[in-house]
Design a protein around this ligand. Structure first.
Ligand code: HEC
Length: 263
């Protein structure tokens, strides 16, 4: 009786443990209340073992820099963070130095200096009001966490960037607004940002809007969760460890109870 109870508990508790680990590893997206459905793509970074595609991320950084950064900041990201997507110190230094930041000189005056690797990404506008004023009243949100901030963020962003189509005849599109089939309400204050060959990729990849949308999404997904690969690696080790521990406990239990079974 005691033995069967113990067996019951040991097998079920370990199952519970493993399910908890799996649940905590998987990326939940609460899509409640969503009416618009968009294409579900196969991202290299989704799933328990998913990792980022470095080449795609680097192309995505280029798209961000050459297209999005005119309107959107990424103020949580520092230039030196780009090391994790495969850039070396000199490249990062040069990349940062393309931007200027304000600083105060010895005479107490505000002057500009080139950004350093330790600086955060320089935002295109000095403040939120300036950002609105330049965009017809619409606020271009900071993109540092955008993939996490939207349900099913990666698929949503890719859809949004490729979702500019002609408005249906009965739909009025006011000045300064654009029709997007994936944006909630369909009218967005962001003009279509991606056009065929909008950037020229150094690795020869053809810059279609779809490709650029995928690349910039891969880059922004990393920016939203730079520790994702480490988290998944740790998760897998924890699962392996728990599996071994479960097996070990099972055999230990068999050994301990063996003399009683014999009687
Ligand atoms: C000309 C300026 C401009 C450019 C360039 C631009 N955006 Fe936007 N973006 C905006 C504005 C303005 C809004 C706010 C729209 C609104 O609230 O209606 C916006 C909104 C967004 C949103 C939020 C949508 C939502 O669900 O609320 C995302 C995501 C976004 N942009 C991503 C991008 C990406 C990625 C790029 C580069 C490929 C880009 N944008 C290029 C101006 C721009």
């Amino acid at each position: 009786m005691i033995k069967s109870l113990l067996l019951f508990f040991s097998s079920h508790i370990s199952k519970l443990f493993i399910s908890l680990v799996i649940i905590s590893l998987s990326n939940f997206s609460f899509a409640a209340g969503e009416k618009i459905s968009y294409p579900q793509l196969n991202w290299s970074f989704s799933g328990i073992l998913g990792t980022f595609d470095r080449a795609s991320q680097q192309r995505g950084l280029q798209v961000y820099k050459e297209v999005c950064s005119g309107c959107h900041g990424m103020r949580l990201l520092a230039y030196r963070n780009l090391k994790s997507i495969g850039y070396n110190d000199d490249e990062i230094k040069a990349f940062a130095a393309d931007n200027n930041v304000n600083t105060i000189n010895d005479d107490g005056e505000v002057v500009e200096r080139p950004a350093r690797p330790s600086d955060k990404f320089v935002s295109p506008y000095p403040n939120d009001k300036a950002a609105r004023a330049a965009n017809g009243g619409a606020y271009p949100p900071d993109l540092s966490l955008i993939i996490k901030a939207r349900p099913d963020g990666a698929n949503y962003l890719h859809a949004l960037l490729t979702g500019y189509v002609d408005a249906p005849k009965d739909q009025k599109v006011p000045d300064g607004m654009y029709y997007n089939k994936y944006y909630s309400g369909n009218l967005i204050g962001m003009p279509q940002p991606l056009y065929e060959d909008g950037v020229e990729y150094a690795d020869g990849t053809k810059a279609t809007p779809d490709q650029m949308a995928k690349d910039v999404t891969a880059f922004l997904a990393w920016a939203s969760e730079p520790e994702m690969e480490d988290r998944k690696r740790l998760g897998v080790s924890v699962m392996l460890f728990l599996f071994l521990l479960t097996a070990l406990s099972y055999f230990a239990m068999k050994q301990i109870w063996a003399p009683i079974k014999e009687k």
